[in-house]
Design a protein around this ligand. Structure first.
Ligand SMILES: [Zn+2]
Length: 341
């Protein structure tokens, strides 16, 4: 079941919540965005193979990369991008959490580059990746054929949400199938379980971990001088997050903590860059999810009736809508486990 959830979760990653053309350098897979001098984002493109967002921060002494994409091929594109910039040497790659789309580019970086995560995330990568890759090898080819056939036979409006969903999912499975030929798990070798500072002449960089949230262990990167926050999957923008590997209460506490920081710019794990409003948007989503679960209990409604699991109007335009059902079921089960015995 966990593997199924993981593959569904990562399918999320396909989603790009529409982007505008922007700065150079460019890739078909991600949009390169300069946030300020020495601080950049690679935002995954709609229908591309980057899948997650990546941050690049130069403190004037060394450069840190935040997350590394699903596909080693796209991580190679990132390397080429980095080589074309006048950055301080890349010394670290951060894995915000264990999900495949945030870690599989690790292998393209030279062995001198340290891979940083929390201790628990390293354990999760070591435990889950072999199982996840085996599951994908067995199932991803059929999923790719399925989306290939949907795309070939599609006769409707190509601007429709239905067609766009096909365009999001197909490259995800194509990426998995192709990357299985070369993927080689590279585990983190440096660990941050509370806070670690990387201060340089140009700016301070903080890596912060407060444990469970989107997964059993999450890590964020904060630039206090710039007010920039790289959140990993603790924040999705205009996309349903996937909650069933985490803990909703602890996730909300993470968001409260983010609200205590001076933040003007947020790079989420998926979707477009935004302001600190993204923090409360995610918190509202989790609170609405809990309220919906409480209503199911209060009104004695069944999870077996599809109409009880439908996406609220407020979130109808968000991508990854199929995750709402999984999220609501998880919130419902979390409620039950909290009941006094
Ligand atoms: Zn994730």
């Amino acid at each position: 079941m966990r593997l199924i959830l993981i593959i569904l979760l990562t399918s999320i990653l396909l989603v790009n919540c529409k982007n505008e053309p922007s700065n150079q350098p460019s890739s078909v897979n991600f949009e390169f965005v300069e946030l300020t001098d020495g601080v950049y984002s690679c935002i995954h493109k709609f229908g591309g193979k980057a899948i997650c967002n990546v941050g690049i921060v130069d403190n004037g002494h060394e450069t840190i990369i935040f997350d590394s994409f699903l596909s080693p091929d796209v991580a190679e594109e990132l390397l080429k991008t980095l080589q074309g910039m006048s950055l301080s040497p890349v010394k670290y790659v951060v894995n915000s959490h264990f999900h495949n789309d945030h870690i599989r580019g690790n292998q393209v970086f030279s062995k001198e580059v340290n891979i940083i995560s929390s201790t628990r995330t390293k354990e999760l990568i070591a435990e889950e990746e072999p199982l996840q890759i085996a599951y994908e090898k067995e199932n991803a080819p059929a999923r790719l054929s399925y989306y290939d056939s949907l795309q070939r036979s599609f006769k409707g409006d190509r601007q429709s949400r239905e067609y766009q969903q096909i365009q999001m999912w197909r490259p995800y499975y194509e990426t998995l199938v192709n990357s299985h030929l070369t993927v080689k798990t590279r585990l983190p070798n440096m660990f941050v379980d509370s806070i670690k500072n990387f201060d340089g002449p140009d700016r301070k960089i903080q890596l912060l971990s407060k444990g469970q949230g989107h997964t059993e262990s999450d890590l964020i990167m904060y630039l206090p001088d710039d007010g920039v926050l790289f959140t990993g999957d603790l924040i999705f923008n205009n996309c349903h997050p996937y909650v069933a590997h985490g803990d909703i209460s602890k996730w909300k506490a993470w968001l409260e903590f983010m609200n205590s920081l001076e933040v003007s710019t947020v790079m989420p794990g998926h979707g477009q860059i935004g302001t600190d409003e993204l923090i409360n948007q995610m918190k509202d989503y989790l609170m609405d999810l809990e309220s919906a679960a409480e209503d199911l209990v209060k009104d004695n409604l069944s999870l077996e009736e599809p109409e009880n699991l439908s996406v609220p109007d407020k979130y109808k335009d968000w991508w990854f809508d199929r995750f709402y059902e999984y999220n609501l079921r998880f919130a419902y089960e979390s409620l039950n486990t909290k009941k006094p015995k």
